[in-house]
Design a protein around this ligand. Sequence first.
Ligand SMILES: Cc1ncc(C[n+]2csc(CCOP(=O)(O)OP(=O)(O)O)c2C)c(N)n1
Ligand code: SF4
Length: 254
Amino acid sequence: MLKFFEFPKSLKNTRFHYCPGCHHSIAHRLLCEVIDELGIQDKSLGIASIGCSCFLYFYIDVDIVEAPHGRACAAATGAKRARPDLVVFTYQGDGDFASIGFNESFHTALRGEKITAIMINNTVYGMTGGQASPTTVPGQKTTTTPEGKDPQYLGYPPKIAEILATLESVAFSARVALNTPKRIIDARKAIKNAFLAQINNLGFGYVEILSACPINWKMDPVSANKHIDKLTEIFPLGIFKDKVSESLKSKKGD
Ligand SMILES: Cc1ncc(C[n+]2csc(CCOP(=O)(O)OP(=O)(O)O)c2C)c(N)n1
Ligand code: SF4
């Protein structure tokens, strides 16, 4: 019988602690599907961060190190330099990657470390109760912006995928979303290419995933999914840098 669907080998068969409608769990599954497809379970090292996904090791059956408070990319740098044979990835929220950890994240990309970084952008600090993060959008109500975020006071949200794409050392940079089946398929391809950037020694690989946080957005899961469409007006989906496809094309032309 032809099998279309199976439980990923590298995803642990356990219940997620995430809130109903949270996209972290979809992102975990896609990550595991890619790890399985590339056959890298035994040589993958994940670096977990602070935030709702800090218990990554409960769910993903690869070696995982915890490097909270924005230090995931720095820890990944050390691990990859010490063990270049490993496939090293970080899994971070926007609060972790783009706020407390922006310095580490940016400079790791700037140095072109051969790692893969996945950033879950849900526009808030989810774990701590929905405070504003740099990616909180203008007008968004959070626990620290109860009247709605005023960008004149707190700044406009940074477009991290586009910013990183400007760096020579970045081999792959994309922004994806998980609120429709087509977008989930595209997200999977982007995650795979961000790993191939590392595996083929091309440079830093980055995927930003627009993710629903229904509980802190104070929405039901369906409305939160629809809200992602609004977010794409501020954070456009797309592939902003892709040396992976370029290198595959040039290899075919050889
Ligand atoms: C030194 C320090 N700074 C900040 C915090 C608070 N803190 C815990 S999780 C977190 C960020 C979580 O937000 P995000 O990275 O967006 O992940 P999410 O929970 O939304 O998935 C922060 C700032 C802390 N615990 N310790
Ligand atoms: S608080 Fe938000 S990010 Fe955290 S588990 Fe709940 S829905 Fe997901």
